[in-house]
Design a protein around this ligand. Structure first.
Ligand code: NCD
Length: 305
C-alpha cells in the first residue's frame, strides 16, 4: 500500500516495519554509504511542543543523508504567536521543504496537516495520540536485543496519555507479542486504543503490580507520567512517584531483560540501573538516527513506505 505520510503505527504492516528496520540495519552498518544520497533535500521541523531526541535525531538523520533542515523554532518565536492557524503554517512550510516533521499538542494535528500538503508529513507526536517514528526505533531496539518473535513485553507507567505507548502497542499486534500493561487504574489504556488492539487481535493483559509479570518479561518499557497532559495537578501529585524501578526491582527479572524508555525520564528509572547490562534506553535513543535515516530514505525516494 502506498503511504505518503506517517501518521499512526496502525497504517504500518509487518512488511512495512521490517523494510524500514532492515534498511536501518544496513545504514547502521555503513552510514557513510548514504552520505550524499539526499544532497538537495530539506526537512522542515515544526515542533509546537518541547523535544530533544526526536528533533535532534531527525536533524542528524537528514544531515547524514546529505540534506539540511529548516526549523520553525519555538512557538514563541514563530507566527503561531501572531495567531496563524496550523493549516496555514504547514501550507507555507511545504514550499520550503521536501518533508515535514510535526509535533503538536492536539491529537489529530498531523492527520489534519497531511490533508493540506503534498510533501510527506511525519507525526512526531500529536498530544496524547501517537508517535510512530519512535515506535520504529523502539522495534529496532527490541529486534536487536531480544528479537521480535515470541516476545513478552511489559509496558509500564502512563498508558493513558503516553503516545509512544499507543503507537508501540498498535505496531506490536503485527508480531507474536504478549503485551502486559502495568499502570495505576487511573492511567490505564484509553478505550479507543484498547478497542484498536482488540480488533487487531492483540494478546493483551493489564496489571497494577509489576511483580506479577516481571520474571517472565523479555522487555520492560518504562514511561514517564505525562505531567503536561493532566487536567488537574493534584491528580498528578498523587500518582507521581509510583511505578519506579531501581536495581533491587530488577533482581526478580531475567538477566536478559531489556529495560527501555523513550526518555526523558524523570524518576521512573533510578540512575543506579544505568550501569546494569539490562539498561537499553540510551542505545534506544541512539537508534533514532539510523531508523529515521531509513524512514526518510523511504519517504523521500519513493514518496511512500
Ligand atoms: C516522548 C514523547 O515526546 O512522547 N519522548 C520522545 O519523543 N522520546 C516521551 C515523553 O515525553 O515522555
Amino acid at each position: 500500500m502506498r503511504q505518503d505520510h506517517l501518521i499512526t503505527a496502525t497504517q504500518l504492516s509487518r512488511a512495512d516495519i521490517e523494510a524500514v528496520l532492515d534498511r536501518a540495519a544496513e545504514i547502521d552498518a555503513d552510514p557513510a554509504a548514504m552520505a550524499d544520497r539526499y544532497r538537495e533535500a530539506v526537512l522542515a521541523l515544526c515542533f509546537f511542543e518541547p523535544s530533544t531526541r526526536t528533533k535532534m535525531s531527525f536533524e542528524t538523520a537528514i544531515k547524514r543523508l546529505g540534506g539540511a533542515t529548516t526549523d520553525m523554532g519555538t512557538v514563541e518565536s514563530s507566527s503561531v504567536k501572531k495567531g496563524e492557524s496550523l493549516a496555514d503554517t504547514v501550507r507555507v512550510v511545504e514550499g520550503y521543504a521536501d518533508a515535514l516533521v510535526l509535533r503538536h499538542p492536539s491529537e489529530g494535528a498531523a492527520k489534519m496537516a497531511a490533508e493540506f500538503v503534498d510533501v510527506p508529513v511525519i507525526n512526531a507526536g500529536d498530544g496524547a495520540g501517537h508517535h510512530p517514528s519512535q515506535t520504529l526505533l523502539d522495534l529496532y531496539t527490541i529486534r536487536e536485543n531480544v528479537g521480535l518473535d515470541d516476545l513478552s513485553i511489559g509496558i509500564m507507567g502512563d498508558l493513558k496519555y503516553g503516545r509512544t505507548v499507543h503507537s508501540l502497542a498498535d505496531a506490536l499486534t503485527n508480531f507474536d507479542a504478549r503485551q502486559h500493561f502495568i499502570s495505576p487504574e487511573s492511567l490505564q489504556l484509553p478505550r479507543s486504543v484498547r478497542f484498536d488492539l482488540h480488533n487487531a487481535g492483540a494478546q493483551l493483559r493489564e496489571h497494577t503490580d509489576l511483580d506479577d509479570v516481571l520474571p517472565e518479561l523479555d522487555v520492560l518499557y518504562v514511561t514517564r507520567i505525562q505531567r503536561e497532559r493532566f487536567p488537574d495537578e493534584t491528580e498528578y501529585e498523587q500518582i507521581a512517584g509510583e511505578y519506579q524501578i531501581d536495581a533491587d526491582t530488577l533482581e526478580a527479572a531475567s538477566d536478559d531483560l531489556a529495560v527501555m524508555h523513550p526518555l526523558p525520564r524523570v524518576d521512573e528509572i533510578d540512575p543506579g540501573v544505568d550501569a546494569l547490562p539490562q539498561a537499553t534506553y540510551f542505545e534506544q535513543a541512539h537508534n533514532g538516527v539510523p531508523v529515521r535515516m531509513a524512514l526518510l530514505d523511504f519517504l523521500l525516494s519513493e514518496g511512500e513506505l
